[in-house]
Write a protein that binds this ligand. Structure first.
Ligand SMILES: [Mg+2]
Length: 224
Protein backbone atom coordinates (compact mmCIF):
# COMPACT_ATOMS: atom_id res chain seq x y z
CA UNK A 1 0.00 0.00 0.00
CA UNK A 2 1.37 3.40 -0.94
CA UNK A 3 1.95 5.50 2.17
CA UNK A 4 4.81 7.73 1.05
CA UNK A 5 5.36 9.84 -2.05
CA UNK A 6 8.88 10.99 -2.84
CA UNK A 7 9.45 13.87 -5.24
CA UNK A 8 12.32 15.05 -7.37
CA UNK A 9 12.58 18.88 -7.47
CA UNK A 10 13.85 20.24 -10.81
CA UNK A 11 11.49 19.71 -13.77
CA UNK A 12 9.11 17.86 -11.43
CA UNK A 13 7.99 20.63 -9.04
CA UNK A 14 10.22 23.50 -10.19
CA UNK A 15 10.33 24.51 -13.83
CA UNK A 16 14.11 24.55 -13.93
CA UNK A 17 14.31 25.70 -17.54
CA UNK A 18 12.20 28.86 -17.18
CA UNK A 19 13.70 29.56 -13.73
CA UNK A 20 17.21 29.35 -15.19
CA UNK A 21 16.29 31.38 -18.30
CA UNK A 22 14.95 34.20 -16.14
CA UNK A 23 18.03 34.06 -13.92
CA UNK A 24 20.41 34.16 -16.91
CA UNK A 25 18.62 37.20 -18.33
CA UNK A 26 19.07 39.00 -15.03
CA UNK A 27 22.68 37.87 -14.87
CA UNK A 28 23.22 39.23 -18.37
CA UNK A 29 22.03 42.64 -17.17
CA UNK A 30 24.55 42.59 -14.33
CA UNK A 31 27.42 41.62 -16.63
CA UNK A 32 26.41 43.21 -19.94
CA UNK A 33 29.40 45.56 -20.03
CA UNK A 34 31.72 42.54 -19.95
CA UNK A 35 29.81 40.61 -22.60
CA UNK A 36 29.96 40.94 -26.36
CA UNK A 37 26.83 38.94 -27.27
CA UNK A 38 23.07 39.54 -27.14
CA UNK A 39 21.01 38.60 -24.07
CA UNK A 40 19.25 35.89 -26.10
CA UNK A 41 22.56 34.36 -27.15
CA UNK A 42 23.79 34.59 -23.56
CA UNK A 43 20.81 32.58 -22.31
CA UNK A 44 20.91 30.03 -25.13
CA UNK A 45 24.66 29.40 -24.97
CA UNK A 46 24.68 29.04 -21.19
CA UNK A 47 21.71 26.67 -21.19
CA UNK A 48 23.53 24.58 -23.76
CA UNK A 49 26.73 24.59 -21.69
CA UNK A 50 24.76 23.44 -18.62
CA UNK A 51 23.31 20.39 -20.41
CA UNK A 52 19.98 20.34 -18.50
CA UNK A 53 21.78 21.11 -15.25
CA UNK A 54 24.09 18.11 -15.31
CA UNK A 55 27.33 20.01 -15.93
CA UNK A 56 28.82 21.69 -12.83
CA UNK A 57 28.04 25.40 -13.16
CA UNK A 58 31.64 26.50 -12.78
CA UNK A 59 32.56 24.22 -15.68
CA UNK A 60 29.51 25.37 -17.67
CA UNK A 61 30.55 29.02 -17.32
CA UNK A 62 34.11 28.14 -18.34
CA UNK A 63 32.79 26.28 -21.40
CA UNK A 64 30.50 29.18 -22.28
CA UNK A 65 33.31 31.75 -22.07
CA UNK A 66 35.72 29.58 -24.05
CA UNK A 67 33.18 28.81 -26.79
CA UNK A 68 31.87 32.36 -27.00
CA UNK A 69 35.29 34.05 -27.01
CA UNK A 70 34.42 35.96 -23.84
CA UNK A 71 36.90 37.33 -21.30
CA UNK A 72 38.47 34.30 -19.64
CA UNK A 73 38.44 36.02 -16.26
CA UNK A 74 34.66 35.94 -16.35
CA UNK A 75 33.74 32.35 -15.37
CA UNK A 76 34.74 32.85 -11.73
CA UNK A 77 32.69 36.03 -11.48
CA UNK A 78 29.66 34.50 -13.19
CA UNK A 79 29.82 31.44 -10.95
CA UNK A 80 30.07 33.59 -7.81
CA UNK A 81 27.06 35.56 -9.04
CA UNK A 82 25.17 32.30 -9.65
CA UNK A 83 25.83 31.10 -6.09
CA UNK A 84 24.78 34.47 -4.73
CA UNK A 85 21.62 34.98 -6.77
CA UNK A 86 20.25 31.81 -8.41
CA UNK A 87 17.06 30.29 -7.07
CA UNK A 88 15.40 33.26 -5.40
CA UNK A 89 12.65 33.40 -8.02
CA UNK A 90 11.71 29.80 -8.74
CA UNK A 91 8.93 29.12 -11.22
CA UNK A 92 6.71 26.18 -10.34
CA UNK A 93 5.59 23.45 -12.70
CA UNK A 94 1.84 24.00 -13.26
CA UNK A 95 -0.18 22.51 -10.43
CA UNK A 96 2.82 21.56 -8.26
CA UNK A 97 1.84 23.39 -5.10
CA UNK A 98 -1.82 22.38 -5.36
CA UNK A 99 -0.76 18.77 -5.78
CA UNK A 100 1.36 18.82 -2.61
CA UNK A 101 -1.49 20.47 -0.74
CA UNK A 102 -3.92 17.77 -1.87
CA UNK A 103 -1.57 14.91 -0.91
CA UNK A 104 -0.32 16.08 2.47
CA UNK A 105 -3.24 14.75 4.56
CA UNK A 106 -3.08 11.24 3.17
CA UNK A 107 0.60 10.62 2.43
CA UNK A 108 4.00 11.18 3.95
CA UNK A 109 5.87 13.38 1.47
CA UNK A 110 9.63 13.53 0.89
CA UNK A 111 12.00 15.27 -1.51
CA UNK A 112 15.30 14.06 -3.00
CA UNK A 113 17.16 16.50 -5.22
CA UNK A 114 20.59 16.73 -6.80
CA UNK A 115 22.17 20.17 -6.65
CA UNK A 116 23.79 22.90 -4.63
CA UNK A 117 22.36 23.13 -1.14
CA UNK A 118 22.07 26.91 -1.15
CA UNK A 119 20.33 27.06 -4.55
CA UNK A 120 17.96 24.12 -3.96
CA UNK A 121 16.96 25.57 -0.58
CA UNK A 122 16.18 28.93 -2.19
CA UNK A 123 13.89 27.25 -4.71
CA UNK A 124 12.16 25.20 -2.00
CA UNK A 125 11.59 28.28 0.13
CA UNK A 126 10.74 30.50 -2.84
CA UNK A 127 7.84 28.17 -3.68
CA UNK A 128 6.97 27.90 0.03
CA UNK A 129 6.85 24.10 -0.13
CA UNK A 130 9.32 23.15 2.63
CA UNK A 131 6.65 22.32 5.20
CA UNK A 132 4.99 19.74 2.97
CA UNK A 133 7.95 17.39 3.29
CA UNK A 134 8.82 15.16 6.22
CA UNK A 135 12.36 14.97 4.90
CA UNK A 136 14.42 16.79 2.26
CA UNK A 137 17.64 15.30 0.92
CA UNK A 138 19.93 17.58 -1.13
CA UNK A 139 22.89 15.86 -2.77
CA UNK A 140 25.55 18.43 -1.88
CA UNK A 141 24.50 18.44 1.76
CA UNK A 142 24.37 14.63 1.86
CA UNK A 143 27.69 14.22 0.06
CA UNK A 144 25.96 11.71 -2.18
CA UNK A 145 23.72 12.09 -5.23
CA UNK A 146 21.04 10.22 -7.16
CA UNK A 147 21.36 7.60 -8.64
CA UNK A 148 23.36 6.38 -5.62
CA UNK A 149 20.90 4.21 -3.68
CA UNK A 150 22.23 5.51 -0.38
CA UNK A 151 20.42 8.84 -0.74
CA UNK A 152 17.14 6.96 -1.27
CA UNK A 153 17.83 4.75 1.76
CA UNK A 154 18.46 7.83 3.90
CA UNK A 155 15.16 9.40 2.87
CA UNK A 156 13.29 6.14 3.50
CA UNK A 157 14.90 5.84 6.94
CA UNK A 158 13.80 9.39 7.77
CA UNK A 159 10.17 8.72 6.87
CA UNK A 160 10.33 5.22 8.36
CA UNK A 161 8.72 3.48 5.39
CA UNK A 162 9.89 0.53 3.29
CA UNK A 163 10.52 1.22 -0.40
CA UNK A 164 7.53 -1.00 -1.28
CA UNK A 165 5.20 1.46 0.43
CA UNK A 166 6.50 4.44 -1.53
CA UNK A 167 6.06 6.03 -4.92
CA UNK A 168 8.72 8.13 -6.61
CA UNK A 169 7.94 10.83 -9.15
CA UNK A 170 10.70 12.51 -11.18
CA UNK A 171 11.86 13.41 -14.67
CA UNK A 172 15.31 11.81 -14.91
CA UNK A 173 15.05 8.30 -16.36
CA UNK A 174 18.03 6.84 -14.52
CA UNK A 175 18.61 9.06 -11.48
CA UNK A 176 14.95 9.14 -10.47
CA UNK A 177 13.01 6.31 -12.04
CA UNK A 178 15.15 3.27 -12.76
CA UNK A 179 16.84 3.56 -9.36
CA UNK A 180 13.66 3.89 -7.33
CA UNK A 181 12.07 1.11 -9.45
CA UNK A 182 15.02 -1.16 -8.62
CA UNK A 183 14.40 -0.52 -4.93
CA UNK A 184 10.81 -1.70 -5.27
CA UNK A 185 9.05 1.66 -5.29
CA UNK A 186 6.17 2.50 -7.57
CA UNK A 187 7.35 5.04 -10.14
CA UNK A 188 5.88 7.86 -12.23
CA UNK A 189 8.11 9.35 -14.89
CA UNK A 190 7.49 13.04 -15.60
CA UNK A 191 7.91 12.98 -19.35
CA UNK A 192 10.87 15.13 -20.38
CA UNK A 193 11.57 15.45 -24.10
CA UNK A 194 15.28 15.89 -23.38
CA UNK A 195 15.56 12.25 -22.30
CA UNK A 196 14.77 8.79 -23.58
CA UNK A 197 12.04 7.07 -21.59
CA UNK A 198 13.23 4.99 -18.62
CA UNK A 199 13.63 1.26 -19.20
CA UNK A 200 11.07 0.53 -16.52
CA UNK A 201 8.37 2.60 -14.80
CA UNK A 202 4.78 2.15 -13.66
CA UNK A 203 3.33 5.22 -15.34
CA UNK A 204 4.20 8.30 -17.37
CA UNK A 205 2.78 11.75 -16.61
CA UNK A 206 2.82 14.85 -18.80
CA UNK A 207 0.71 17.13 -16.62
CA UNK A 208 0.58 17.13 -12.82
CA UNK A 209 -3.19 17.63 -13.07
CA UNK A 210 -3.37 13.92 -13.99
CA UNK A 211 -1.48 12.76 -10.91
CA UNK A 212 -4.46 11.58 -8.85
CA UNK A 213 -5.93 9.58 -11.72
CA UNK A 214 -2.57 7.91 -12.38
CA UNK A 215 -2.05 7.22 -8.69
CA UNK A 216 -5.49 5.60 -8.51
CA UNK A 217 -4.67 3.39 -11.49
CA UNK A 218 -1.43 2.26 -9.85
CA UNK A 219 -3.22 1.56 -6.57
CA UNK A 220 -5.95 -0.35 -8.39
CA UNK A 221 -3.41 -2.56 -10.18
CA UNK A 222 -1.64 -3.11 -6.89
CA UNK A 223 -4.89 -4.28 -5.30
CA UNK A 224 -5.83 -6.88 -7.96
MG1 LIG B 1 14.63 16.58 -12.13
Amino acid sequence: MIKGIIFDLDETLVNRTTTMEAFLLEQFQRFQYHLTISPEAYVAKNLKAQQNGYVEKQQAYTDFCTNSLQDLGLPKKLYADYLKNYGYKPQAIDGAVDLLESLKQTYTLALITNGKTVCQNRKIDGLEIRDYFSTIKISEEEGIAKPDLEIFHRALADIDLPAQDCLFIGDHPQNDIETSFSLGMKTIWVKNEKYEAPKSCHAIIENLADFHEILNDIKHKEAV
